[in-house]
Ligand binder design. Structure first.
Ligand SMILES: Cc1cc2nc3c(=O)[nH]c(=O)nc-3n(C[C@H](O)[C@H](O)[C@H](O)COP(=O)(O)O)c2cc1C
Length: 204
């Protein structure tokens, strides 16, 4: 991946710098050993009160029925490309605290953090992750037998990079476009809101 596609303001770890969300996957199914490693990374994420509110439903590409059950919950635009992933996942948050029984306000935050762990572990294994909010939570609840009290939050495609020329034209263009981020100076403040931090100067 070229530097032009990843304009950075400081050197960061290659696993983070090289991460992006591709659409073209190779179609190669992930192994059970690989999946075990990815979910082990997710399992060791921090969470509020160590509630570990995350659950995952996974289907390898070679598990045709299970893979299709998740695939069919995706939005049309995501179905255009996600079928070539090596595995599909639905990430689920437990809505209630196991201690108090009350709503766990950190559940989705914690789930996101577990997915971030999984994502970096995937990069270390030469795999890429593409998260998708574009799916039907109702369809997933039904098709995957997700019980009440657990909310499907995001679908995830994981796999090896594939050939972008296999994508539909709109997706192919997006695949090649420059990635962008709000500047560091507009993202981090020194001491109080709006105060620029010296280290966010583009001069460095
Ligand atoms: C919660 C969440 C939902 C997303 N939903 C979709 C989606 O439905 N379809 C899609 O193509 N990308 C989706 N994305 C990917 C984002 O568009 C992508 O992460 C963002 O544009 C930054 O690009 P990058 O991941 O390549 O750095 C989602 C990402 C996250 C974290």
């Amino acid at each position: 991946m070229s530097q032009e596609r990843h304009p950075i303001e400081a050197e960061i770890h290659p696993l983070l710098a090289q991460r992006w969300s591709p659409r073209a996957f190779s179609g190669e199914s992930l192994s059970t050993a690989t999946l075990r490693q990815l979910f082990e990374a997710a399992r060791w994420a921090p969470s509020s009160m160590n509630e570990q509110p995350w659950r995952f439903i996974v289907a390898r590409r070679d598990e045709r029925d299970a893979f299709e059950r998740i695939f069919n919950c995706l939005s049309e635009s995501n179905r255009r490309w996600a079928g070539s992933a090596g595995a599909l996942v639905v990430a689920v948050a437990a809505r209630f605290s196991t201690r108090s029984g009350r709503e766990n306000g950190s559940a989705r935050y914690d789930l996101g953090q577990a997915v971030a762990h999984l994502t970096v572990q995937a990069m270390a294994a030469g795999l890429y992750v593409h998260q998708m909010g574009g799916f039907s939570a109702d369809a997933a609840r039904e098709a995957l037998a997700i019980p009440e009290g657990f909310d499907p939050v995001v679908a995830i495609a994981i796999g090896r990079l594939g050939d972008p020329s296999t994508l539909a034209e709109t997706d192919r263009e997006r695949e090649a476009s420059t990635r962008s981020r709000r500047a560091l100076a507009e993202t981090v403040f020194a001491g109080s809101w709006g105060q620029s931090a010296p280290f966010t100067d583009s001069a460095g």
